[in-house]
Design a protein around this ligand. Structure first.
Ligand code: SF4
Ligand code: ZN
Length: 419
């Protein structure tokens, strides 16, 4: 079931977010954007500073989500820039990635990109309707190698009132959805707690509209998890109390991407595993749930390495307290991945790798593990068995039991029972 708000002719919204690491200006983008753009302390640092100040300890930890999917965007590759090799120096990577971008479409801040209802298995095992709203927001200050979300954002700051208005529009459009959505995902193509993207002044109005949902899920770079996260949590409680309703649980989705330290560094997320742990600890110590996005096959890894590191990343996510992990196959579309592919440094994962990673994660029984099924046809390597294997992934997502299937008579593939 899917209700889509018609909107700008945009394409894919890889519902993902990224992770960055605490600390300093290096975490911020090359456009001069300060990650702590409200003029206060950097929340990355704030994560640790708060811990010291208030006595809680720390550690760290889209997109996408298992459920974010909108039609693919047109290619935006700058062919003339494709030949230069990906830089070894972190300082050169932003420029390399930006040089491969195409033009940014115009956007209307009065409307979200899309809103749709899907189903997802909740922590108690129920299959519940979830309303996902893809907010039109300010571009993320990071420049991750595999990210194409900038195409669905604007360059300037977001004025107060715009995001709350977009949510109002989404809720009006999906008001008739039955059964009524129980959870609300607010994804903005960046970080919900980036004050230039989601003005904190909007928190009360957003929270007031979220009251009535069991759970609110937002995405955020680990560096920006901190005091604004707590402020939004407070807003949810305040608005729920005013309405005499139960406070929605708050869940924060963070992109780990990979637990491979070297590859993580090359993804240009300005994130370390320690930084991810600190943010994850912060969430846990404040009673906030953690959802983790994991790339099934990031650039620079072979197929066997990709599976091994997807499994290690699942271990890392659950060690950090995740209640949900989402396995996302990277999809070309931002120009940079196409350039890496041409150089032999990137290829999408095989369908079997996604299946095997999901089987491993589900078999851990440490939390829910979902495969991101958006645009899965891209990864179909055998037309004879694709539909049946896709259906098995859907059932595995819902039942959290690996779905066995007969070997394909054409390619011989069979869903692994477990790793
Ligand atoms: S560029 Fe921003 S939105 Fe994209 S993956 Fe990185 S942190 Fe997330
Ligand atoms: Zn087959």
């Amino acid at each position: 079931m899917q209700t889509v708000i018609p909107r700008s002719p945009l394409g894919p919204w890889l519902s993902r977010e990224g992770v960055a690491q605490p600390g300093a200006a290096e975490n911020c983008a090359s456009d001069g954007t300060n990650c702590a753009s409200d003029g206060t302390e950097n929340d990355a640092g704030a994560t640790s500073n708060r811990a010291r100040t208030y006595g809680f300890g720390l550690r760290p930890g889209p997109f996408a989500t298992d459920s974010t999917r909108v039609p693919p965007a047109p290619p935006t590759i700058r062919r003339d820039a494709a030949a230069a090799p990906y830089p070894d120096r972190a300082a050169d990577r932003d420029r390399w990635i930006l040089a491969r971008r195409g033009p940014r479409p115009a956007h209307d801040l009065r409307q979200p990109h899309a809103a749709f209802v899907e189903t997802e298995r909740a922590a108690n095992g129920e299959i519940v309707p979830v309303l996902t709203v893809l907010l039109t927001s300010r571009e993320c200050p990071w420049r991750c190698l595999m990210c194409d979300l900038w195409q669905f954002t604007v360059e300037g700051n977001i004025p107060p009132g715009a995001i709350a208005g977009q949510l109002r529009a989404a809720l009006a459009t999906t008001a008739g959805a039955t059964p009524r959505p129980r959870q609300l995902k607010l994804y903005n193509g960046g970080s919900f707690f980036d004050p230039r993207a989601i003005p904190p002044a909007d928190y009360p109005a957003i929270a007031a509209q979220a009251v009535g949902f069991d759970r609110v899920i937002v995405e955020c770079h680990p560096t920006l998890v901190g005091r604004r996260t707590l402020a939004f949590q407070d807003s949810l409680a305040t608005q729920a109390a005013a309405a005499n309703r139960v406070t929605p649980a708050l869940e924060v989705a963070m992109g780990l991407e990979t637990a491979h330290p070297g590859v993580l560094a090359r993804l240009n997320k300005r994130l370390t595993l320690d930084g991810f742990r600190r943010a994850a600890d912060f969430l846990r110590e404040h009673g906030l749930a953690l959802r983790v996005f994991i790339l099934v096959k990031p650039p620079f890894l072979s197929e066997p390495e990709a599976l091994e590191w997807a499994c290690r990343s699942l271990d890392f996510a659950f060690d950090g307290g995740a209640s949900v992990a989402v396995l996302i196959p990277p999809r070309p579309g931002n120009g940079a991945l196409e350039a890496l592919a041409a150089a032999g440094d990137f290829a999408p994962p095989k369908f079997a790798t996604l299946e095997a990673a999901l089987a491993y994660g589900v078999g851990l029984r440490r939390g829910r593990v979902f495969a991101d099924l958006w645009d899965l046809e891209r990864f179909a390597d055998c037309p004879a068995c694709f539909a049946a294997r896709q259906e098995r992934l859907v059932r595995t997502n819902h039942e959290q039991i690996v779905q066995a299937g007969p070997a394909c008579p054409v390619c011989g593939s069979a869903q692994p029972a477990a790793l």
